[in-house]
Design a protein around this ligand. Sequence first.
Ligand SMILES: [Zn+2]
Length: 403
Amino acid sequence: MAMARFGATAAGGVNRQALSAEDFVAQAELVRWGEALGLAASRDRIGNLFLRLPGTDPDAAPVLSGSHLDSQPTGGRFDGVYGVLAAFEAVQAIIERGVAHRHPIEVVAWMNEEGSRFAPGMMGSAVFAGARTEEETVSVRDAAGVSVADALAQCDIAMAQVPLRALGGPVHAYVEAHIEQGPVLEREGIPVGVVSGIQGKHTFRVEVLGEPSHAGTSERRERKDALIAATAMVQALAAEFHDAEDITKFTVGRFEVFPNAPSVVAGKVVFSIDLRHPRSDRLRAMSARIEPICRAVQGPCEVVVTRLSAADSLEFPTALRDRIRSIAGRLDIPSLDLPSAAGHDARYLHPIAPSAMIFVPCHLGITHNEAESAEPGDLAAGARVLADLLVELANEPARKESE
Ligand SMILES: [Zn+2]
């Protein structure tokens, strides 16, 4: 609640967009809290913030834990910030109990997870992990024309007291705590979710090309009606991807008709496809069927299917998930395995280090909304499991360079 003051909205939510003045104030506050515990703050060139608790082996790669402090324009008080503060609480508990650990433990706040001011999201973690280049990232502009590079220059001024560190580097393990952003845990009355993986998402642009003609004079056999063809495609795709279990998510969210005039046969239609499934093999197989299905019902029109993005589903290592489950059991905290339907920074850490996520319930699954809400007891339960997991990970032997 103390962090929710920064960017607080009248409706009880948070507007703390990436690299905004509110974001800098929140980061500076976190640095102050860290200094009070003796944690060393540092930041990298892309705007990620770290608070480091040294371990007994100064050469060991750090165990990272955190999430993001930025929010949607009408965001809530828990999305992202919970993961940063759960890691902070865990580190505080480790210090106060004097628990020994070999690896350093670092609390991290990744830059621009939300992607609302600067798109796409998860910029800080993607650049840290080498999945996106710094060059392509800093040239992105917000709606006001401000580039990420400009905003990072503001960050340099606002956060001048925090020393810079090198971008990237080895990570021993990464654990991200987050609100579920779905209704399952609350409905089941379970405080801790063991996240099996992150659901993939493939997006497409479908362009249906017909021929504009007079609504009164053109004959049916001569018509190339792009709207009739496009609606047939949407219906055929919806039927194909209908899933009685409601796991496959198929959405046509945009549908544009040209020239969009009442007395003209549509000459062109462009529509979007957003397709998601927690299993990559299924997602890829479904993606591959899109073009043939569209072709089968194109009639006299032409169709061009373009894939815009293809983030596959990922599965977190079983060994880490088993440990979260057994730690929760040891602490008498009920837990449940579930996939993440939304993307998180852990997506980008997963390829470079063993990664895991811990979910806690949020009320009715409402998120990206000022009404976002969570129970203190559940948040504490997630942080307790996280603390024990961080201690276990930070006491593992160092992995070899080659691994
Ligand atoms: Zn988030």
